[in-house]
Design a protein around this ligand. Structure first.
Ligand code: ZEM
Length: 288
């Protein structure tokens, strides 16, 4: 009897979680008509991205592995303003599935959101183990929306991405919106911010973008309606010739965008993570 109970105790925590059930429970948390455009999906995607995008390939620090985004000072970095909303929404699932790590929960939430909002399926593996506040990354590892192509490249090359992957990842700006009380910027990128589409590219190319007339930080609005926005960093994808090739590709070919986004997003969520050797890779089916 002792032998068997000891064996059970040695099962690593990550193996005791039914991730399909977590997937379903995250999906149930997406909709809320009183929040933003009616879905937590966009802010879940942003949480997964900011949890992961701190990775530095030279020092092998950062990334989603330790879920340090939940600790101060990282949680208080300017770029992470508003992501407490997403973490608080997910917290009941951490209580329900005691053995899931925060790193696995936050990254899986990004996958669920992309898939359930109509995007591509995304491969995902469990097995991250949480770290404490002393592993927080320094401020400044995430991109600054006020800057241009050189800065965007510096940031994403540091993570190990190339131009095509960067252009695919930024297509997530089909989702959600900017909030003045979070980033200082304002507005959605298109008319369907809760659907995963290639509209970031089509809107970027098909509209005339003019500087918004306001007291806030420099951003652009579409000349025709004024209802949609682009960040200065978004505009760099239109003006930079090497990025623009991919923007044009993804605007005309949604399948290629979906495939490239899926691969780049899966890679993002795994940057710097040392998975257990026997961690299985999941490709969850979207729910009906
Ligand atoms: Zn974003 N992003 N991002 N992004 N992002 C915002 C919102 C969202 C940049 C950026 O400064 C901002 C990627 C790349 C880059 C999402 C996903 C991904 C906001 C607005 C800003 C300022 C925040 C607010 O006010 O709430 C810059 C400069 C980027 C690089 C060029 C990548 C990569 C992403 C995922 C793969 C998403 C989903 C949102 C919408 C969040 C929401 O709450 O609606």
């Amino acid at each position: 009897w002792y032998f068997y109970s000891k064996q059970q105790d040695e099962t690593p925590a990550w193996k005791k979680v039914n991730y399909q059930n977590v997937y379903k429970d995250i999906a149930d948390l997406l909709e809320d008509e009183n929040y933003d455009d009616g879905s937590y999906g966009p802010v879940f995607v942003r949480l997964a991205w900011h949890a992961s995008g701190t990775y530095d390939k030279k020092t092998h620090t950062g990334g989603s592995g330790g879920a340090t985004i939940r600790h101060a000072p990282e949680s208080e970095h300017g770029a992470n303003a508003g992501l407490d909303v997403a973490r608080r929404r997910l917290e009941p699932l951490k209580q329900k599935y005691r053995n899931i790590s925060y790193g696995d929960l936050y990254t899986l939430a990004g996958v669920v959101a992309v898939q359930e909002l109509g995007g591509p399926t995304v491969q995902w593996r469990p097995g991250r183990s949480d770290l404490q506040a002393d592993a927080c990354t320094p401020d400044g590892r995430l991109p600054d929306a006020a800057q241009g192509a050189d800065h965007v490249r510096d940031i994403f090359y540091r993570m190990g991405f190339d131009d095509r992957e960067i252009a695919a990842l930024v297509g997530a700006h089909a989702l959600g919106r900017c909030h003045t009380y979070r980033s200082g910027f304002d507005g959605p990128w298109n008319a369907s911010p809760t659907a995963f589409t290639n509209f970031f590219y089509t809107e970027l190319l098909n509209n005339t973008w003019v500087p918004k007339k306001w007291d806030g930080p420099k951003q652009f609005v579409d000349k025709q309606s004024g209802a949609f926005m682009m960040l200065p960093a978004d505009m760099a994808f239109k003006t930079d010739p090497r990025f623009r090739t991919y923007i044009e590709l993804y605007a005309r070919d949604q399948d290629t965008f979906f495939n490239d986004f899926s691969a780049a997003f899966a890679k993002l969520l795994e940057l710097g993570v040392k998975f257990p050797e026997d961690a299985p890779t999941y490709r969850f089916k979207p729910l009906d």
